[in-house]
Design a protein around this ligand. Structure first.
Ligand code: UFG
Length: 360
């Protein structure tokens, strides 16, 4: 399938691009490179990278219609995009509290522009059943806020406590409205905490600045950082530190490829679920492993894997951090017969460690 991947040069996006290529799809990446890394797309995968915000409507419409200069002479030339995987977003919970406008303008406003393009009357007139271009949207467990119960199922109420979580929920709502008004088929994937790296260390996690727990703990163990700060040890959890449900980034990537099958007429999954025929148009899934791991447990596992001590101090809680987030991904497992490859946290941390030490 000819797939437009927004934010494909980022952490989860790039692992998904790799999974798409392996599965025989034709991805094209649009990324503004604020968080993404061009080399992964142009040098490692050697596929088209269009450097732009997704809010650049004229350019996006050229790409969607296969008319962009970069697409000349490729399989994408003059062919309309068949599906969009929409990753492009800022994703730092803490930063979103300090600078909400940055999150609403990038995550919401730019998404609206993208949705306008893929749901435009011109696009719809060229497609079967006057449908919009289907989309898989990267949402987050941050949309649930502090959940009333764990594990969290898709029916849990959504009361986000950070502008980041709210920005993701707003886009979910817009997509649901477009399901009805513009025949937009969608899959909304609510990820829990992505972790790890490709097993062969070809690609991995490289955020600048890095704020995520696992890479920071590893960097402290291997001496790149002096000390880790634990954001609060007085939560109502067994050891007082926050608990998260980590999912291997490769499993997350593979889940996106499975989700795309829902857009293929007469695919096994489409026939099984029949959702689009029932005019539901929007399918929502959690993606996690259903297991909680605390901050202190992560530190202990990193110490075992690296055989190094992690120096840490405890500070105040970070605003916007729920104490406990554990997924129920039963719906995705059942519908897609999904079997994640790497469900244990030690393996995720080992892959992240291999990646972090690859170029040292
Ligand atoms: N933590 C620390 N010290 C650090 C960094 C993190 O104690 O230096 C703690 C956090 O307080 C939190 C846990 O480690 O309790 C995990 O924090 P991360 O920053 O790694 O991940 P978050 O859970 O805050 O957020 C991540 C992504 C979001 C996504 C979310 C889903 O950044 O985009 O997972 O839970 F929405």
């Amino acid at each position: 399938m000819r797939v437009l991947v927004t934010g494909g040069a980022g952490y989860i996006g790039s692992h998904t691009v790799r999974a798409l290529i392996i599965a025989g799809h034709d991805p094209i990446v649009v990324d503004n490179l604020i968080c993404g890394h061009a080399d992964v797309i142009t040098k490692i995968f050697r596929i088209p990278l269009i450097v732009s915000n997704i809010g650049n409507k004229k350019l996006l419409e050229e790409v969607i219609n296969g008319k962009h200069d970069l697409l000349k002479g490729t399989v994408h030339e003059n062919k309309i995009i068949e599906a969009v995987l929409h990753f492009a977003a800022f994703a730092y919970v803490g930063e979103s509290i300090k600078n909400p406008i940055k999150y609403y303008s990038n995550n919401v406003q730019e998404s609206i522009s993208l949705l306008e393009s893929i749901c435009s009357p011109e696009i719809r007139s060229q497609r079967v059943n006057n449908s919009s271009i289907p989309i898989v949207f990267s949402s987050s467990c941050a949309t649930y806020g502090v959940p009333s119960r764990n594990p969290i199922s898709e029916e849990n109420s959504q009361k986000p406590i950070s502008p980041y979580g709210k920005s993701k929920l707003m886009v979910e709502e817009i997509i649901k409205d477009l399901a009805k008004s513009a025949n937009l088929k969608s899959v909304i994937l609510r990820y829990f905490n992505a972790a790890g790296a490709a097993e062969d260390s070809l690609i991995g996690e490289k955020h600048i600045p890095e704020t995520h727990l696992i890479p920071l703990v590893i960097n402290t163990a291997i001496g790149l950082n002096r000390e880790l700060t634990i954001f609060g040890d007085d939560f109502n959890t067994p050891d007082g530190t926050c608990i998260r449900d980590y999912i291997h980034v490769v499993d997350l990537a593979d889940a996106h490829v499975l989700a795309l099958d829902l857009f293929v007429e007469n695919s096994k999954i489409n026939n099984k679920l029949n959702t689009f025929k029932n005019k539901e148009n929007c399918n929502i899934y959690n993606l996690g492993n259903g297991k909680g791991v605390s901050v202190l447990e992560i530190i202990k596992i990193v110490e075992i894997i690296t055989k190094k001590k992690v120096t840490y101090k405890v500070s105040e809680r970070r605003e916007g951090d729920p104490p406990l987030l554990i997924a129920s991904a039963e719906k995705f497992i059942r519908d897609f017969e999904w079997k994640p490859k790497y469900t244990n946290i030690e393996e995720m941390i080992f892959h992240a460690y291999k990646w972090a030490t690859k170029s040292i």
